[in-house]
Ligand binder design. Sequence first.
Ligand SMILES: [Zn+2]
Length: 86
Amino acid sequence: MYDYGKCETCDTPLEEKNIQQDFWIKDKLVVIEKVPAGVCPQCGEKVVNAEVGEHIAALLKDSNRINKAPTISVPLIKYEPETVAV
Ligand SMILES: [Zn+2]
């Protein structure tokens, strides 16, 4: 288990969690799941350690893996402020 230390924003001890992170690779949205990260229970700040960061970078460069990966559909909405119920 990795010690993520404290949140830089609010000084709360970070909790280790597996999170989903999304990345835009050119015009493609790629989601990586089960990324080990330190998450601040107070403000939601997320940090990954250097090793995880490097692994993510390697995964995102692996276009074969990305092309073979299962896809999910996500909602696509337009920015239309006047149609949002407040
Ligand atoms: Zn925080």
